[in-house]
Design a protein around this ligand. Structure first.
Ligand SMILES: *Cc1c(COP(=O)(O)O)cnc(C)c1O
Ligand SMILES: [Zn+2]
Length: 398
C-alpha cells in the first residue's frame, strides 16, 4: 500500500500513480515486514541483503549488485575536525552513484507493472543509472537533461547505455515538469524520485550504515540534498529498522545544500513545513542544482523528527572539501558529494556539531562523473622528453 504523506489517502501498490489524487501531495510506500534481524546474516552484501524491506516482486528483481558500498573510517580528517568520521562511498555503486539503489527497485517495479517505456528528468546521475538498468531489463528509456548542465561522465553513460537522450532548453525543475506531464499522459513510467519505489531502494543506505556500525545508529548522518529523495529515504529506512527493534537509537539527519540552490535550508531556518522554490538555482555541484525539490516535505519531516539540521555551503567550500577528501583520505567524489564534507567542516567550526560526535558523511557520486571540474582544479602536467636527467631535474625542483 502507498499513502499520501499529507492527507493519508491510500493507494494500491499496483496502481501507477505519483501524487495524491485527493490533495496533490507526495506518496510513500508502507513497509512493515515482521522479521528478525538474524535473517540478514550470511547474505551477500548488496542492498538486496535486506530484501524483506523492498516491497516489490522478488521473482522479477533487476540488479547489478548495487549497495554494499565501502564504509571508510576517515581517521585523519576526523582527527582534524575532532569527530569520529566515517564516509559511505556511494561512488562504488555499478554506475557510480547511489541512484543505482533506487533504480534497481524502480526498474523491478516497472517490470512488475508490465510497462515497456521508462523515463526521467535528470541532473545526470539518475539518467546514467536508469539507462543502465533499463538496458538490463530490456526496456525503452527516455531521459530529459537540462541543456549544457550535465557533467560529462554522466552524459557519456546515459548515451552509451542506449537511452534516448533529449537535451531540454531549461533547468532541471523545468525538465522534471515536462517529463512528469508525459508520464501522466501514460507515455512513460516515471522513475524520478517522486516515484516512491525509488526511495524504497535508497533506504538501504540507512540499513547498511547501522549494520556496519554493529546495529547502532551514528550520532549524525550528513548528506547533500538536491531533489531531497535520498535524505527522506535514509530516514525512512532507519526508522523502519528502529520500529522493527533492530536498533534502539536514531541519528540526526543533517542536509547540506549549495548556497545558490538552498530552498530546504531556508525552510529549516524559518521553521517552515514546506519550501519556497528557488527560481534560478546555480552551483558548480550540478547534481544538487535544484530549486524545487520534489521530496521537500519528506525531507523537512526527516530533519525535524530527527532533531537534525540543514546548512548551506558555497561553491568554493564544496571544491575545497572535494580536494581535501581526495588528498587527505584518497576518496575521489564529484562536487555535489563533497557538500557533505564541506557542511561538516562548517558545522564543526560554528560549534553546531559537538567534538567527539560519531558522524557518517554520505558521498553520493564518483569523482569521474565530472572530470572537467576535477581537471580544472589542477595544474596541467609538465611535458618533457623521456630523458632521465630532464625528469630528475623536474622531480627535484620543489
Ligand atoms: C542525486 C544526487 C544528489 C542529490 O540527491 P537527492 O536525493 O536528489 O537529494 C546528490 N549527489 C549526487 C552525486 C547525486 O547524484
Ligand atoms: Zn493526499
Amino acid at each position: 500500500m502507498m499513502i499520501c504523506i499529507s492527507c493519508g489517502a491510500e493507494y494500491d501498490n499496483q496502481e501507477i500513480i505519483y501524487t495524491c489524487r485527493e490533495c496533490g501531495s507526495i506518496l510513500e510506500v508502507v513497509c512493515q515486514p515482521q522479521v528478525s534481524r538474524d535473517i540478514f546474516e550470511c547474505r551477500k552484501s548488496t542492498m538486496w541483503k535486506y530484501k524483506e524491506f523492498m516491497p516489490v516482486d522478488h521473482s522479477l528483481i533487476v540488479s547489478l549488485e548495487e549497495g554494499g558500498t565501502p564504509f571508510c573510517r576517515c581517521q585523519k580528517l576526523g582527527d582534524d575536525l575532532g569527530v569520529e568520521l566515517y564516509v559511505k562511498v556511494e561512488g562504488s555503486n555499478p554506475t557510480g552513484s547511489f541512484k543505482d539503489r533506487g533504480m534497481s527497485v524502480g526498474i523491478t517495479k516497472a517490470r512488475e507493472l508490465g510497462v515497456d517505456t521508462v523515463g526521467c528528468a535528470s541532473t545526470g546521475n539518475t539518467s546514467a543509472s536508469l539507462a543502465a538498468y533499463a538496458a538490463r531489463a530490456g526496456l525503452r528509456c527516455i531521459v530529459l537533461l537540462p541543456s549544457g548542465k550535465v557533467a560529462l561522465g554522466k552524459l557519456a553513460q546515459a548515451m552509451f547505455h542506449g537511452a534516448e537522450v533529449i537535451s531540454v532548453r531549461g533547468n532541471f525543475d523545468e525538465a522534471l515538469e515536462a517529463v512528469t506531464a508525459l508520464a501522466l499522459e501514460g507515455q512513460l513510467y516515471l522513475l524520478n524520485s517522486v516515484n516512491p519505489f525509488r526511495l524504497e531502494g535508497q533506504k538501504s543506505i540507512g540499513f547498511e550504515i547501522v549494520d556496519d556500525l554493529g546495529w547502532k545508529s551514528p550520532d549524525r548522518i550528513i548528506l547533500p540534498v538536491g531533489n531531497a529523495g535520498n535524505i527522506s529515504a535514509i530516514w525512512k529506512g532507519i526508522t523502519e529498522f528502529h520500529e522493527a527493534g533492530f536498533i534502539s537509537d536514531l541519528p540526526r539527519m543533517t542536509g547540506i545544500q549549495a548556497e545558490g540552490a538552498a530552498p530546504i535550508a531556508r525552510a529549516v531556518e524559518q521553521g517552515w513545513e514546506d519550501i519556497v522554490p528557488v527560481e534560478n538555482p546555480e552551483t558548480v555541484a550540478t547534481a544538487i542544482r535544484i530549486g524545487a525539490p520534489v521530496s521537500a516535505k519528506k525531507a523537512l519531516r526527516a530533519i525535524y523528527e530527527s532533531d537534525g539540521m540543514a546548512e548551506t555551503v558555497t561553491d568554493e567550500e564544496i571544491l575545497d572539501a572535494q580536494k581535501l577528501l581526495a588528498r587527505r583520505e584518497g576518496i575521489g567524489v564529484e562536487p555535489a558529494s563533497a557538500a557533505s564534507i564541506a557542511g561538516l567542516r562548517k558545522l564543526v567550526e560554528s560549534g553546531q556539531i559537538d567534538k567527539g560526535e560519531q558522524i557518517v558523511c554520505i558521498v553520493t557520486g564518483h569523482l569521474l562523473k565530472d572530470p572537467n571540474t576535477a581537471i580544472n582544479a589542477c595544474k596541467e602536467p609538465i611535458e618533457v622528453d623521456a630523458d632521465i636527467s630532464a625528469l630528475s631535474r623536474i622531480i627535484n625542483q620543489s
